[in-house]
Design a protein around this ligand. Structure first.
Ligand code: DLZ
Length: 211
């Protein structure tokens, strides 16, 4: 029998016209790689085109909020259609005044201008997924980073209006991470990346209707 935890009744949303960013940390690579695979699988299952999935990496989870913020602002300034979301005046100012600072190097994206109809321009991201795996050690490091990243990601999504999917695993053991990445030895886990991909498509699609 299915448990009570989880996302509830499954709905499908159409990702065909969505542009989705993924930023992932490189710490705990085995877990991260599986989560990334699950995320990409569900984005593509929902119809998101390969060229509209842009992936960036950062060293560790602590860097996620900054990278997500930069990625969204850069995508806005690259867009000839202008800002599409709610903006605080600070973010708005930033996107207008720091054109040369906003870009992060592209790492794994084939997102050229095709698909958006205009040479040299791309649509702003409809959602960005932040993926990291923090494993508790013997100091307070884990608590500080978990707290900072959670609040940072929430702040970025409220400041920019771009949905930010919380793909941060805060783990007491490595085994918990393997389970949540669907690669534990017992095979009882579930790849949470699949849920994050679906959440990005749902929020991205709904946001188009809300804005
Ligand atoms: C330093 C550190 C440690 C100890 N553990 C993790 C971890 O389990 N997961 C993770 O994503 N990052 C870790 N980091 C790196 C920090 O997130 C960050 O990259 C550095 O402190 C540099 O800012």
């Amino acid at each position: 029998m299915a448990g009570i935890k989880g996302i509830g009744e499954a709905h499908t949303y159409d990702g065909t016209n969505l542009r989705v960013g993924i930023v992932h940390a490189r710490w705990n690579t085995k877990i991260i790689d599986a989560l990334l695979q699950g995320t990409r699988k569900s984005l593509k299952a929902a119809g998101v085109k390969e060229e509209n999935i842009v992936t960036q990496t950062v060293p560790g989870s602590y860097e996620l909020p900054h990278a997500v913020q930069r990625m969204f602002v850069a995508s806005q300034s690259q867009s000839s259609s202008g800002p599409s979301g709610l903006l605080t005046s600070a973010t708005d100012l930033l996107s207008q005044s720091t054109g040369d600072l906003v870009g992060l190097p592209k790492e794994s994206s084939s997102s050229k201008a095709e698909g958006h109809g205009k040479s040299g321009s791309q649509a702003p991201f409809d959602a960005i997924i932040a993926i990291g795996a923090l494993i508790k050690g013997s100091t307070m490091h884990f608590e500080y980073i978990s707290d900072a990243v959670s609040h940072g990601l929430m702040r970025v999504q409220l400041d920019t209006g771009c949905p930010v999917i919380f793909g941060l695993l805060t783990l007491l053991t490595e085994e918990q991470g393997l389970e949540r990445a669907g690669i534990d030895a017992a095979g009882k886990g579930h790849n949470h990346g699949e849920d994050w991909g679906a959440a990005a498509v749902e929020l991205g699609a709904k946001r188009k209707g809300w804005s």
